[in-house]
Design a protein around this ligand. Structure first.
Ligand SMILES: NC(=O)N[C@@H](CC(=O)O)C(=O)O
Length: 427
């Protein structure tokens, strides 16, 4: 099977490419980039004039909810949503029921994905059994089975000795330990960012310190162990500075930020909108500025959606009782394009943080994704950077309609997603 993508602006940050040319995909791999590749060579020709062609996006952090919470999302609905969002590789988190802390659950996720998913699914296994923080999961067995990393996401591994050992083991596996940094005593009962607005709304806040204390301890443990620490969804200016200093000191640490923490502030919560309730909470404009600076100077390695779908009932309730999370796969790219259109970041930086950046966190084993070098996996997204559209959750592939972006105009639209040389999504 040969697919020829003609006359697109090909941007591949890993290969330093940014030019108008043709891209040929053959037998699931990138065959080459050239000008005027003859069309008769291809089974399918896609006209990409005026569009951008880049490596398929990689999302280090999604919640697919299956097994256990199929009312919120299934592997099939989540993977279709991902493909529609331009993602060709996603890493589902293990906070399912049962938790993905053992081989049968990991196998179930992988086998189901193999049957129903148009894109690549690289599951993350739990750090501790049942994500309870008491006893390590069989990390060696899970690593051998090919999981992409370890995380108790949704919960912080409070026991320092437990996390130290997980980091020590991660060294032998060459896999990231992905931490949800939240000091539970400080965060307890909090439902939004701590500050004046929380006071005015009468809601209990979560202070920056809850994230920063947790993250500081984790950095100390990464230094102690030499393990590969990855910090999930960092959200405060203080966290950016702590990661910056850790990297400068040579500690092996990487970090991700979500599209919502880069584009939305706590003001979204003003009308007690439960669709803006998320963990970590939406913060302030100065946090956004620090996070963008962190993307630009390399402190933050990747943008990850933390796609957290919930049912309508999970959100149709008092603010304090509503579930945390934003369904993000289908709006991530376009909402981030807002940062490009406003001049806050460049298009190539955005693409880098959705492709080469997360690829690096996954390690050498996955070096054939996140770039368009010949021989790499034929994972490609074609998008129109200027097309405007209105978010309509009724049209989401995701079962999770929980987004504060409903009805918003966004600029930038995914047109075609190709994963492993096959069309995964076409508008
Ligand atoms: N990010 C979220 O707001 N929610 C996550 C878990 C979590 O990180 O709290 C979820 O699984 O729903």
């Amino acid at each position: 099977m040969k697919i020829l993508i003609k006359n697109g602006r090909i941007i591949d940050p890993a290969g330093g490419t940014d030019k108008v040319a043709d891209l040929l995909l053959e037998n699931g791999l990138v065959a080459g980039i050239n000008s005027n590749i003859p069309s008769d060579k291809a089974d399918e020709v896609i006209d990409a004039e005026g569009k951008v062609v880049c490596p398929g996006f990689i999302d280090l952090h999604v919640h697919l909810r299956e097994p256990g919470f199929e009312g919120k999302e299934t592997i099939e609905s989540g993977c279709k949503a991902a493909a529609a969002g331009g993602f060709t590789t996603i890493c589902p988190m293990p906070n399912t029921n049962p938790a993905a802390d053992n081989l049968p659950v990991i196998d179930f996720v992988r086998n189901t994905a193999a049957k129903v998913s148009p894109i690549r699914v690289l599951p993350i296994a739990a750090i501790t059994k049942g994500r309870k923080g008491q006893e390590l999961s069989p990390m060696g067995e899970l690593a051998e089975a090919g999981v992409a990393g370890f995380s108790d996401d949704g919960d912080y591994v409070s026991n320092s000795s437990m996390l130290l050992h997980a980091l020590l083991y991660s060294r032998t596996f060459g896999l990231p330990v992905m931490e949800h940094c939240e000091e539970p005593c400080l965060a307890e009962g909090g439902v939004m960012n701590e500050g004046l607005l929380a006071c005015r709304l009468g809601l209990k806040g979560i202070p920056d310190a809850a994230e920063e204390i947790a993250l500081s301890r984790d950095i100390a443990l990464a230094k102690e162990s030499g393990g590969q620490l990855h910090l999930c969804h960092i959200s405060t200016a203080g966290s950016v500075e702590l990661v910056r200093r850790a990297k400068a000191a040579g500690i092996q640490v990487s970090a991700e930020v979500t599209p919502h923490h880069l584009t939305l502030t706590e003001a979204e919560v003003s009308g007690y909108n439960t669709n803006a309730k998320v963990n970590p909470p939406l913060r302030t404009q100065s946090d956004i500025e620090a996070l963008i600076k962190g993307l630009k100077d390399g402190t933050i390695d990747a943008i990850a959606t933390d796609h957290a779908p919930h049912t309508a009932n999970d959100k149709l309730c008092e603010f304090g009782l509503a579930a945390n999370g934003i369904s993000g796969l289908e709006t991530a790219f376009a909402s981030l394009m807002g940062l490009v259109h406003s001049g806050s970041i460049s298009l190539s930086l955005l693409i880098e943080k959705l492709t080469a950046g997360p690829r690096q966190v996954l390690g050498e084993k996955h070096k054939n994704i996140g770039n368009l070098k010949p021989g790499s996996s034929a994972d490609v997204v074609i998008f129109d950077p200027d097309e405007e559209w209105t978010v309509d959750t009724a049209r989401f592939f995701s079962k999770g309609k929980n987004t504060p972006l409903e009805g918003r105009r966004l600029k930038g639209r995914v047109k075609t997603t190709i994963a492993c040389g096959r069309i995964a999504y076409r508008e």
